[in-house]
Design a protein around this ligand. Structure first.
Ligand SMILES: [Zn+2]
Length: 802
């Protein structure tokens, strides 16, 4: 038995979320975090004693259960409530450690077709599998099949404990783990909290414990028993590719069976589920279980329904995706449906008085997640026109129907490069495509590859790198293959301008089999350096990696071809961001594509115009500093937005308006003499100059020091070493106040007054205090920043009184 270490306890405490309701003992996770130095040792002793077979503390066996109404429906019905368990934190620490250990066992014991709750297994793979199966059946029209979407009745609550215990033993989880589980799962008790009153104790005798990290793992380990029975039963025929039967996919209690020979297979499967249910407490709900038929006549459907008692339907919702027996409907049923809902929401939000950054935040927090879900689960887009339409809707929302003033590309660029980080949906879709393409590149997940490539005639890398779609055009007669391949071709040259290290010429040349092998040698494994050139290793060295000498010479041919464009010596960006890491592939890929996409645009044009106006270059580092740390002086969006608008020269000018509307007059609104260019209106106009002179003098009075009047400091907030670090925050607020007031009188002849400016800055002082509180700054820091301004105000009003 492996004892629990201090590191395990510490990691578990680290893992606890702050701010959750505590369990019956009232001790919060914050308590454990702050006092962990003293708590780790005693906790460790208790935990290890339990693994050795001692009883768990009484307090671990009880939970408070609070009932939360599911919606505004009938509140007298118990089923309309969701129970939330409140467990003690020390219990959760112990459970967390057991869960981590248990996951390691399950990663080996649980078949890959069961996703959910385990690392590296994704819901998207299940949907991908079902779509691929439908694609295959679309081609093999003589294969009759059904897809059964099983609905289990309250699957999590009904599993019997004695079954679970025996199952754990059978899986060989180890005595320590079994002891641990027995200790916390025997004699479970709960008290209900109803209307703020705690009830008498209740005993609980079945089901997994809600809110406990082990419970979903227990559930999948029990479910695995059922799934194994189905997998191993010869009478149940799955959709077949070579020797492989694709019989099922599971994600938590969402189970789909994909069966050939519908009637016999289904009857047998139902029989097994029923048998299993009696022992383990898992029950199939026939009314709610839905079936899609493929290649069945109406008569056959009738007969199937009669014999199995299940209903064949036209459309089902599986893991959040609408499926029919034809994948062609996927676009309409999911993408179009989702976007029309989004459009409706955007119209409603248009009525809210949001700033531009606020509207961008809406897109990021509300629109993006909904679309991302589809991008990750449905890689099926054939034409890219939809993105233009979506982008237009987004643009209309962000600009409130007015003409866009900043290029879309700049809006989408990352903040650290001066953009607004507005999500670019097309790039997100493509980034998600790469997450699927990863399988084609790595050649490891043969279950997906065999099914998705069921009628391929070449190896995957033959299509990817040697463009065999010209010889085998049917490759693209597959909704997923076509969509993915198109994305790949758009970026191929950009991402891999030399022969990539990950390409396997051996796989590309191998005879295609229905069930592919693994362990294909990649270029980086079969090349060697010869002076300053690369050459293929000798046949002797590669004997074990190629099928025979004939194939060696075929690989040699490819090598000669690839040599012409050269070999990637170091890892490519694609390899670093997509192929190697196991996490955050999507955001890594998005950022990579975004960099390519915005590379030339960025902010160059705006930067050049500013340099021309001011008459000298602004150092790139100064710009960078401005949009990384410079705008952070405040948490207020309106203030930040003003700086961004200045950088991008957002404000309309008489010159621009005259151009757009063919007006005869393009003179400045203030002096009515000179052409109203952007820089004139903001800085060189005699009237505005006088205003800035006043502000400049006032700021000098406040700060009690002198400095030069640089336009980049007053207009853009590029302060540099102009004022001391301590005075910088005030300087930013003071100049932003002036600019916001200028903008207020933008199309008029008027200018703001001194009092108006003072009032505005006073408003910001309140705002700064709030910013300070939001960011947990020390009160003294904020006070120090405004001390000089306060004493300036005092002097000013005293002077005015006398
Ligand atoms: Zn003027």
């Amino acid at each position: 038995m492996q004892r629990i270490s201090e590191q395990e306890i510490e990691a578990a405490i680290q893992n606890m979320q702050l701010g959750k309701s505590p369990g019956p003992d009232g001790l919060t996770s914050g308590y454990y975090k702050s006092l962990k130095e003293w708590l780790i040792q005693p906790l460790r002793e208790v935990c290890n004693e339990i693994l050795e077979g001692k009883k768990a503390p009484e307090s671990w066996k009880e939970a408070y259960i609070s009932l939360i109404p599911k919606s505004e429906t009938e509140k007298t019905q118990l089923k309309n409530y969701r129970p939330i368990s409140l467990l003690n934190v020390d219990y959760k620490i112990f459970a967390d450690i057991l869960a981590k250990r248990f996951k390691r066992v399950l990663m080996e014991k649980i078949h890959r077709d069961q996703a959910g709750f385990l690392p590296k297994r994704h819901l998207a793979d299940n949907v991908r599998n079902v779509i691929d199966i439908l694609e295959k059946l679309e081609v093999n029209i003589n294969t009759k099949a059904v897809l059964i979407f099983v609905d289990a009745e309250k699957a999590f609550d009904n599993i019997s404990w004695s079954f679970m215990r025996k199952n754990l033993h059978g899986m060989g989880v180890g005595q320590g783990f079994e002891n641990g589980m027995a200790a916390i799962y025997s004699e479970q008790k709960a008290k209900l909290i109803v209307n703020n009153v705690v009830t008498e104790e209740l005993k609980i005798e079945k089901g997994t414990r809600q809110g406990c990290p082990i419970s979903p793992l227990l559930f999948i380990s029990v479910l695995e028993v059922l799934l194994n029975m189905i997998r191993n039963d010869q009478q149940i025929k799955g959709v077949q590719v070579g020797a492989k039967h694709y019989k099922l996919r599971a994600f938590a209690d969402d189970l789909v069976l994909t069966l050939q020979e519908p009637n016999t297979s289904t009857k047998k499967a139902l029989e097994i589920i029923q048998q299993f249910g009696q022992v383990a407490g898992f029950k199939l709900n026939k009314q709610k279980t839905k079936v899609l038929g493929k290649n069945l006549t109406d008569m056959e459907k009738e007969k199937f329904q009669e014999e199995t008692g299940l209903t064949v339907v036209k459309k089902v919702k599986y893991l959040g995706v609408y499926l029919t027996s034809k994948n062609l409907n996927l676009y309409k049923d999911n993408y179009e449906k989702c976007w029309s809902e989004i459009k409706r929401d955007l119209e409603i939000w248009s009525n809210l008085k949001l700033s531009m950054l606020g509207r961008i935040a809406v897109i990021k927090m509300n629109v993006l997640p909904r679309m991302l879900f589809l991008f990750q689960t449905l890689q099926i887009l054939d034409k890219m026109e939809c993105f233009k339409r979506w982008q237009k809707d987004i643009s209309r929302f962000v600009w409130q129907g007015k003409k866009p003033r900043i290029k879309f590309k700049i809006l989408t660029d990352a903040k650290e490069r001066g953009g607004f980080a507005l999500p670019d949906l097309k790039l997100y879709y493509e980034a998600a495509a790469f997450c699927w393409l990863k399988e084609w590149m790595l050649l490891e997940n043969t279950d997906i590859l065999d099914l998705e490539g069921f009628n391929n005639v070449f190896g995957w890398h033959a299509y990817l790198w040697y463009d065999k779609t010209k010889q085998h055009s049917a490759f693209k007669n597959h909704i997923v293959r076509k969509a993915l391949f198109n994305v790949w071709m758009r970026y191929k040259d950009l991402l891999e301008n030399k022969t990539p290290r990950w390409v396997s010429p051996v796989e590309a040349k191998a005879v295609k089999k229905l069930n592919m092998e693994v362990g294909w040698p990649k270029y980086w494994e079969i090349l060697e350096q010869d002076g300053d050139k690369w050459k293929l290793q000798s046949y002797d060295k590669l004997k074990d990696k190629v099928q025979n000498w004939l194939q060696y010479y075929q690989v040699m041919e490819l090598f000669k071809q690839d040599r012409k464009i050269g070999f990637q010596v170091d890892k490519s960006k694609l390899e670093i961001e997509l192929l190697e890491p196991n996490t955050k592939n999507l955001s890594r890929m998005y950022n990579l594509l975004l960099k390519w996409n915005t590379q030339d645009e960025t902010v160059k044009s705006a930067m050049i115009k500013w340099a021309q106006d001011i008459g000298h270059d602004i150092m790139f580092a100064d710009w960078e500093q401005l949009w990384t740390t410079g705008v952070k002086f405040t948490a207020c969006n309106a203030l930040r937005e003003n700086i961004m608008k200045m950088i991008y020269r957002w404000y309309m000018t008489p010159v621009k308006l005259a151009k757009i509307y063919h007006l005869p007059d393009n003179k400045c609104w203030k002096c009515k003499e000179t052409e109203g260019t952007f820089y004139h209106l903001w800085w060189t106009c005699p009237k505005i100059k006088a205003f800035w002179e006043m502000i400049y003098n006032e700021i000098k009075k406040v700060l009690k020091c002198t400095f030069s009047k640089k336009p980049e400091a007053f207009l853009l907030g590029i302060v540099g070493q102009l004022v001391t670090k301590r005075d910088r925050t005030f300087f930013m607020y003071a100049t932003t106040a002036a600019r916001i007031l200028i903008a207020k009188y933008w199309k008029t002849q008027d200018l703001p007054t001194l009092e108006e400016w003072q009032m505005k800055v006073m408003d910001y002082m309140t705002l700064a205090e709030m910013t300070g509180r939001i960011r947990d700054q020390r009160k003294e820091t904020v006070e120090e920043e405004w001390r000089k301004f306060k004493s300036y105000l005092k002097d000013y009003y005293k002077l005015n009184e006398c």
